[in-house]
Design a binder for this molecule. Structure first.
Ligand code: HPA
Length: 272
């Protein structure tokens, strides 16, 4: 099998056949940001299947989009791979490696999450200030390629303090209420038991979800600056837990989208 570095280079070479510009901002269009795609002036859209080494994506119809948003060159990843679908964390995070190799410096990422902080309500937004990896796996396990990043990456500031401050100020200016908090990433696909929510809250998490952590680990390993958001789609209070209603969760995510979309659009405008 080819080395990771060679796989990344082949993907980049294939993408560069279609475009010449270098994107500076990468955006993973997770829940809450899906419709951001509609306001990107796209230059090229490449189906994931056409990019070498991207995981088999017949399920999602994922697209690699390069274009312009708020006057910046952006690379948007529409369609995301999850650990619970059976992909390895190396597969889940491969698009982040390619984004870095394409020239991206800042990565914006979003997810749907269950709110465990008792102040949170379904429909709220949270800026991720830190995370806890409880997936039971790590995308960096295995031989380390020092040209991609360090063996033991520092995790004292996985989410850029400057970007958190920018997001907070922008939300304030746009009058979009927003919380800050810690995201815990779990493997899924089960939602949590009451005892698990009690535990996750006790160890310091405000929101829980099944994505983001692997991508952020690889982003930090690659030297990217990260800004993350959780769309709080349901309330996970152990003493008042209602059965999860997936239709309701999706409907709540859709309600949050316009808020997060305007926020991210303005943040990109304000990026250096
Ligand atoms: N757990 C609970 N609620 C959720 C999750 C999760 O992983 N994701 C979105 N809502």
């Amino acid at each position: 099998m080819k080395m990771l570095r060679e796989q990344i280079q082949e993907s980049v070479d294939a993408i560069r056949k279609s475009i010449s510009t270098e994107p500076s901002v990468g955006i993973i269009l997770g829940t809450g940001l899906g419709t951001l795609k509609e306001i990107i002036q796209s230059e090229v859209i490449i189906p994931y299947q056409d990019i070498p080494y991207f995981p088999d994506d017949s399920l999602h119809g994922g697209e690699f989009i390069i274009g312009e948003l708020s006057g910046k060159k952006v690379l948007a990843l529409s369609g995301r791979f999850h650990y619970y679908e059976g992909f390895t964390l190396q597969q889940v995070t491969f698009p982040v490696r390619v984004a870095k190799a394409m020239g991206v410096k800042t990565l914006i990422i979003s997810n749907a999450a269950g709110g465990m902080n008792p102040l949170f309500k379904a429909g709220d937004l949270m800026i991720i200030t830190d995370h806890i990896n409880l997936m039971g796996d790590n995308p960096l396990i295995g031989p380390n390629d020092d040209t991609l990043g360090p063996r033991f990456p520092d995790m004292s500031e996985p989410y850029s303090k400057d970007l958190i401050q920018l997001a907070e100020q922008t939300a304030l200016d746009l009058k979009i209420p927003i919380y800050k908090g810690v995201y815990v990433g779990v493997a899924g696909p089960c939602l949590e038991t009451r005892a698990e929510y009690r535990f996750l809250r006790a160890i310091g998490a405000d929101a829980v979800g099944m994505s983001t952590v692997p991508e952020v680990i690889v982003a930090v390993h690659s030297g990217l600056k990260v800004l993350g958001f959780s769309a709080i789609t349901d309330e996970c209070f152990p003493e008042a837990l209602q059965p999860a209603n997936i239709e309701h969760i999706i409907a709540t995510a859709q309600k949050i989208e316009p808020k997060l979309r305007s926020l991210v659009k303005e943040i990109i405008l304000r990026l250096e």
